[in-house]
Design a protein around this ligand. Structure first.
Ligand SMILES: NC(=O)c1ccc[n+]([C@@H]2O[C@H](COP(=O)([O-])OP(=O)(O)OC[C@H]3O[C@@H](n4cnc5c(N)ncnc54)[C@H](OP(=O)(O)O)[C@@H]3O)[C@@H](O)[C@H]2O)c1
Length: 316
């Protein structure tokens, strides 16, 4: 499979990443509601490797560490090397640079590895810790060999520039900014994040690329399928909004017919067609992983990309 380098000289990864927020998360994703959930996750992990997708995204806070633990267990038994991205949460009580080192030690233990391929700051506000302290602590860990590449997440264009500058003084490139990006969430384009990332040589990782299931079309206005967990009360999943997005879902279906692809696969391919973007598709089952991996190895035409751009301008 084709690989993409993260940032200027980061690790080479697959053009799709598997998101593991739901792996062990009870609050938002209802993990544990059926008794074979852990087995399904192992199957999802194996399915990813079988399709050739070996890049996984997690965070110390997902399932309060359970997501990292699952990935650690599965990686130990994996048939081939995998690349793992995890995240540091800049919590208010984390004041000194030492907190970064301690959090990373705990993540490495749960993941059962000596080094992570990508370590990202989960959000742009670090309370009492300055960006200077934070970025220097991350650069120290690159020097110690415990992080291959440094990333940020949910950073604005200006915050990205600042992080990039501080790291550059230490000779460390900022490899990624992980942001919410899908056909239904295009603000990263209008807020200058997409342009700034390409100017700085920063790869964008697109989270919630399926708008948490909306772009799969399975939660349509006339569908009996209802989302689990916190999405039940999310207005984006209301009947009204499902009706509003119906023209987009119909277009995804119509375009998909040209390639024998599903709406989810077309939606992920649109992101890939933006260039410099790796979608992180969250998946709980092997079927979802296999379907999402079907977004790779083909390309929408320029006209189809333009048509999708046009119909989603209101979400820009
Ligand atoms: N940095 C951040 O602040 C941040 C924030 C959010 C997410 N993330 C990362 O991005 C990843 C993905 O984001 P996300 O999980 O919010 O949203 P997403 O990828 O847009 O949606 C994932 C959900 O959609 C459904 N789904 C996925 N593939 C499907 C398919 N082929 N067919 C039908 N349903 C499918 C599944 O839920 P159901 O089966 O229950 O519908 C799945 O859990 C996360 O796992 C996490 O790694 C990062």
């Amino acid at each position: 499979m084709e690989t993409i380098r993260l940032g200027q000289n980061g690790p080479a990864v697959t053009p799709l990443c598997i998101g593991t927020w739901a792996w062990g998360d009870k609050l938002f994703w209802n993990y544990g509601n059926s008794n074979n959930d852990a087995e399904k996750l192992q199957d999802a992990f194996n399915a990813a490797l079988e399709t050739g997708v070996t890049f996984f995204d997690t965070a110390e806070i997902y399932g309060s560490g359970l997501s990292e633990k699952f990935l650690g267990e599965f990686t130990q038994k994996a048939s081939k090397p995998v690349q793992i991205a995890t995240k540091y949460g800049p919590m208010p009580w984390r004041i000194r640079g030492r907190a970064v080192s301690d959090a990373l030690t705990a993540s490495l233990q749960r993941l059962q590895v000596q080094k992570v391929d990508l370590y990202q700051v989960h959000w742009g506000f670090a309370f009492l810790m300055s960006q200077h302290t934070l970025m220097n602590a991350l650069a120290d860990e690159v020097q110690r060999g415990r992080i291959a590449a440094v990333g940020v997440s949910n950073y604005t264009a200006d915050q990205m520039r600042e992080a990039h500058q501080i790291l550059a003084r230490r000779g460390v490139p900022l490899a990624v900014n992980q942001v919410r990006y899908s056909l239904l969430t295009r603000q990263v384009e209008s807020k200058g994040i997409v342009d700034t990332a390409s100017e700085l040589g920063v790869t964008l990782l697109a989270y919630s690329p399926l708008a948490q299931g909306l772009l799969t079309g399975k939660y349509g206005a006339n569908s009996s399928e209802t989302p689990t967990g916190a999405r039940k009360v999310d207005p984006r999943f209301s009947k009204e909004n499902l009706q509003k997005i119906e023209p987009l879902i119909s277009l995804l279906r119509r375009i998909g017919v040209n390639y024998g692809k599903t709406p989810a696969q077309v939606a992920l391919n649109w992101l890939i067609c933006q260039g410099n973007v790796i979608p992180i598709a969250g998946a709980k089952t092997a079927e979802q992983v296999v379907q999402n991996a079907g977004a790779l190895g083909w390309r929408l035409s320029n006209d189809e990309v333009a048509e999708l751009d046009g119909i989603t301008l209101q979400w820009k």
